[in-house]
Design a protein around this ligand. Structure first.
Ligand code: NDP
Ligand code: 8X3
Length: 250
């Protein structure tokens, strides 16, 4: 039977690559983001292969999240796979120099937004005793690096929420797991450094970073395991990376 995946942050990077790969594999899509032009392009392109519905909402706004999920047409309302992917780092500063607006953005999007979407999507999964949630964490959720403070806190929270969901869903039939990437070349650093492209490019210079397609491939592997197999927590880094601070750059 055709499955339906709900992907947050589908307009760019990991979410977009996952949408493309899922479409190639016949998975119907609910694609979410705030950039309508990109959502329209994805609908036009991927709509040639599968059924696509787009939702434009800011994940920070719990009423918008609820309205968006409630607005789903019947044929998209039964979500089999939820990819909790939307998120970013905002700024990279010491705590003493950090911006409260950046902290709010990271905690509101990466943590609370993930919870709002989950809260709206989970009930139909529990009712159907079926579903699979993939939380996109990070190596930043496994360790803390200099000036990573609040972004790392947000991803440590995702790690805790992932564990909590797995405990709470036990016996419900709903699977949950996290995929935690290291350095992936996306728009992530452009957002983190507020459009400073030179600074963003430097993050990925001198070594081969992961591509968003690499993460999409892993996510697709995770969601295509037999029902009795739940990949609970997966960390993936570029070969050149050993930790958040140890990267073999030439
Ligand atoms: P991108 O910046 O390329 O993509 C981020 C996505 O999140 C966009 O589609 C954006 O859509 C969406 N998004 C951001 N803020 C909001 C918001 N307030 N409401 C709704 N959607 C939002 O980055 P990545 O693909 O790299 O990031 C995806 C996930 O992967 C994030 O959770 C990130 O923390 C995680 N990650 C990334 C790593 C990396 O090195 N790149 C490594 C480890 C984890 P739009 O702007 O249209 O709303
Ligand atoms: C993104 C990876 O190392 O830039 O989560 O925090 S890192």
């Amino acid at each position: 039977m055709t499955k339906t995946a709900f992907i947050t942050g589908a307009t760019s990077g990991i979410g977009k690559s996952t949408a493309i790969l899922f479409a190639q594999n016949g998975i119907d899509l609910v694609l979410c983001g705030r950039r309508q032009d990109r959502l329209d392009d994805l609908k036009e392109e991927l709509g040639k292969e599968v059924q696509v519905h787009t939702l434009n909402f800011d994940i920070r706004n719990k009423d918008s999240v609820r309205e968006a999920v409630d607005s789903l047409p019947k044929e998209f309302a039964e979500i089999d796979i939820l990819i909790n992917n939307a998120g970013n780092a905002h700024g990279m500063d010491t705590i003493q120099e950090g911006s409260i607006d950046d902290w709010d953005a990271m905690l509101d999007i990466n943590v609370k937004g993930l919870l709002y979407v989950s809260k709206a999507v989970i009930p139909q999964m529990i009712a159907r005793k079926s579903g699979h949630i993939i939380n996109i964490g990070s190596t930043a959720g496994k360790e803390v690096y200099p000036k990573g403070n609040v972004y790392c806190a947000s991803k440590h929270a995702v790690d805790a929420i992932n564990q909590g969901m797995r405990i709470d869903f036990n016996g419900t039939g709903v699977r949950v797991g996290a995929v935690n990437p290291g350095l992936v070349e996306t728009e992530f650093s452009n957002v983190r450094f507020k459009g400073d492209e030179d600074r963003a490019d430097k993050v990925y210079k001198g070594f081969q970073p992961l591509k968003p397609e690499d993460i999409a491939d892993i996510i697709h592997f995770v969601v295509t395991r037999p029902y009795h197999v739940n990949i609970a927590d997966l960390v993936v880094m570029p070969t050149a990376q050993a930790s958040s601070t140890i990267v073999d750059k030439n």
